[in-house]
Design a protein around this ligand. Structure first.
Ligand SMILES: Nc1ncnc2c1ncn2[C@@H]1O[C@H](COP(=O)(O)OP(=O)(O)OP(=O)(O)O)[C@@H](O)[C@H]1O
Length: 361
């Protein structure tokens, strides 16, 4: 099973430029999470902080009992082996063929024989749909194949956590869906914890179990996908719809004068972009038939049913509407006439969407 990652009160600045502060979230073991946010909000900085390439000034990032922020170099060296990272461009060595690129971490970090290395590399190339491409150079293959090769390389040390930075960059919508499918297929096969940083709304709406969003130097929310996808927060609605109308501006957040001036323009009939209103919680993609069920998905179901009563009503409804008959049997629940699940009605006050940050410990 993948490792849980517990982030508490993480704060990162460069000199006197604060990037984000007090970020607290838990990536549940073996689940797929996504981190959204406008450009420049520090999503890549967050990924780099998780693997100790950057040092936040405050807070903790705990993986298997080790705090990545404060641990020794030796502990960090060991902890990094738990991570597989897929960078935007695959970060392949241009002069090495795919076999050698994928074999690289094994040759660097293990004492495995070439026979064993060959077995592992071919297995990972097969897992990522690259059988037969092992002798190709990165320059001879498409962007989608390069990403898959980057994923194959990220998998060779059997990571417990896989970090993915903007997997859709440079890919067409169809290839983006294929790589999304691959993430869920890999997750089903190895049960690793995933964190995907993305701007891609289709991916964000259909792939992750959990979604978070960074804005104005803070984590606006983090929780089950239904929480963000049903949120009425203006920044969330604007982001999901890709519109100019809202708090996100051209290069950063808008000041109140700009916001008011733009609002007047939109009210006077100037279009704010976007094609149609993106609403609702579409079905989540599933592993390709024939692959195992996602163990992380099962655990997520139990987890979300436990915290269901703490979610806003619209998110609760979306969770309940997404349950299959099998899910209901697994959760040991049955449906009432009005579509609620026995034993899972809200107990106590419901927090507003804005204040909910599930995963906080
Ligand atoms: N090593 C560094 N030194 C100084 N500033 C940095 C460093 N790395 C990142 N930054 C700054 O941190 C901010 C956040 O950058 P980051 O690349 O994490 O944003 P992002 O949310 O991933 O953006 P995008 O979606 O465009 O990739 C930017 O202002 C960037 O200039």
């Amino acid at each position: 099973m993948g490792a849980e990652v517990v982030v508490e009160g993480l704060t990162k600045s460069f000199g006197n430029q604060n990037i984000w502060r007090d970020v607290t979230l838990t990536l549940p073991a073996g689940e797929v999470s996504a981190l959204l946010g406008p450009s420049g909000t520090g999503k890549s900085v967050f990924l780099k902080s998780m693997i100790g390439l950057l040092k936040p000034e405050r807070g903790r990032c705990i993986v298997n009992g080790v705090d990545i922020v404060t641990c020794s170099e030796r502990q960090l060296y060991e902890a990094r082996k738990l991570f597989g990272v897929l960078f935007q461009d695959g970060a392949l060595f241009g002069s090495m063929n795919l076999f050698d690129n994928v074999a690289f971490p094994l040759r660097e970090h293990t004492r495995k024989s070439e026979t064993e290395i060959r077995r592992i590399v071919l297995e990972k190339l097969d897992m990522t749909g690259l059988t037969g491409a092992d002798r190709k150079l990165p320059g001879e293959i498409s962007g989608g194949m390069r990403k898959r090769a980057g994923l194959a390389r990220a998998l060779v040390l059997d990571p417990q956590i896989i970090l993915v930075d903007e997997p859709d960059s440079g890919l067409d919508p169809v290839r983006t869906t294929y790589i999304s499918q691959l993430f869920l297929d890999v997750n089903a096969q190895i049960d690793a914890t995933f964190l995907i940083v993305t701007h891609n709304i289709n991916l964000a709406r259909t792939v992750p179990d959990n979604i978070g969003m960074l804005f104005r130097k803070e984590l606006v929310m983090f929780g089950p996908r239904e929480l963000l996808l049903t949120s009425e927060e203006p920044v969330v609605r604007q982001f999901l719809n890709g519109r100019m109308d809202g708090p996100i501006g051209m290069s950063e957040e808008k000041d109140s004068a700009t916001l008011a001036a733009e609002k007047a323009l939109f009210e006077a009939g100037h279009g704010s972009g976007g094609v149609e209103e993106v609403t609702g919680v579409p079905p989540q993609m599933r592993p390709t038939p024939g692959l195992p069920d996602r163990a992380g998905g099962r655990r997520r179901l139990d987890r979300v049913m436990q915290l269901l009563h703490t979610l806003p009503e619209t998110a609760q409804e979306a969770v309940l509407a997404s349950l299959s008959g099998e899910d209901r049997r697994h959760a040991g629940t049955h449906q009432h006439d009005e579509g609620t699940v026995a034993g899972q009605r809200p107990r106590g006050p419901r927090p507003s969407t804005h204040s909910v940050r599930h995963g906080r410990r």
